[in-house]
Design a protein around this ligand. Structure first.
Ligand code: PGA
Length: 245
């Protein structure tokens, strides 16, 4: 039995005051038999940590670098994130697209995050043009394959998030059976790398909302969600958690 995980990716949103408010509202509304995570912008981590203290809400970072310290202007070491967080998102499609992050870099980030005691949430997913040309399976296999190559059986300590790029922030979602089929493919890959592949959580992300969450989470291999836009409204985020119970 895999325990569902609902993770909110706040991206580069919220003022400090809004972040505090959102965190306290989510913490107040949270009493679910699942894991619940919020990933605010870096500068708000400590403030959000204070707001969620004593609740079931966990804290995650949206990114990290691959080195523990040094001349890496603007970067955040996984060790630094681990002072506040239990999880870190790596390889989000926005970072792959806008910051040119390669499969190998994402895999290295996942490895260094694990070594720092963080649980990496490894994002994979195809673009619209890759989907249209029938490359979805090849793309996600390549992306997850790089992580498996770097980590070996330790991939079982990661969370995987399948996020089709064309579904992120667009209001379009892949159909639940389509996502299930893709997750099964990812699960098969994970099981080929680890005897605990069946216990690895595979989240879906891409325009998850309160009204489509239940149908997605009803699929056997969809173990929760990585939520962007809808995680910025406490009521919507809590409603999505309710749908995942
Ligand atoms: P969305 O974003 O829910 O706004 O589509 C998901 C994500 O980017 O993680």
């Amino acid at each position: 039995m895999r325990r569902p995980l609902i993770a909110g990716n706040w991206k580069m949103n919220t003022t400090l005051a809004q972040a505090r408010q959102l965190a306290s509202e989510i913490a107040a509304g949270a009493s679910f038999d699942l894991d619940l995570l919020v990933c605010p912008p870096f500068p708000w981590l400590a403030a959000v940590q204070a707001e969620i203290a004593g609740s079931q809400v966990l804290l995650g970072a949206q990114n990290c670098w691959t080195e523990p310290s040094g001349a890496f202007t603007g970067e955040v070491a996984p060790e630094m994130a681990a002072e506040h967080c239990s999880h870190v998102i790596v390889g989000h499609s926005e970072r792959r697209a806008m910051h040119g992050e390669s499969d190998a870099l994402v895999a290295e980030k996942a490895g260094m995050a694990l070594a720092s005691g963080l649980v990496p949430i490894v994002c994979v997913g195809e673009t619209l043009s890759e989907r249209d040309s029938g490359e979805t399976d090849a793309v996600v296999t390549r992306q997850l394959g790089a992580v498996i190559f770097r980590l070996g059986p330790a991939v079982e300590r990661c969370v995987v998030a399948y996020e089709p790029v064309w579904a992120i922030g667009t209001g379009k979602t892949a159909s639940p059976p389509e996502v299930q089929a893709l997750h099964l493919r990812l699960r098969t890959l994970l099981c080929s790398a680890s005897t605990s592949g069946d216990s690895i959580r595979i989240l879906y992300g891409g325009s998850v909302k309160p009204d489509n969450a239940a149908e997605l989470f009803a699929q056997v291999d969809i173990d929760g969600g990585l939520i962007g836009g809808a995680s910025l409204k406490a009521a919507d985020f809590v409603a999505i958690c309710r749908a995942a119970r």
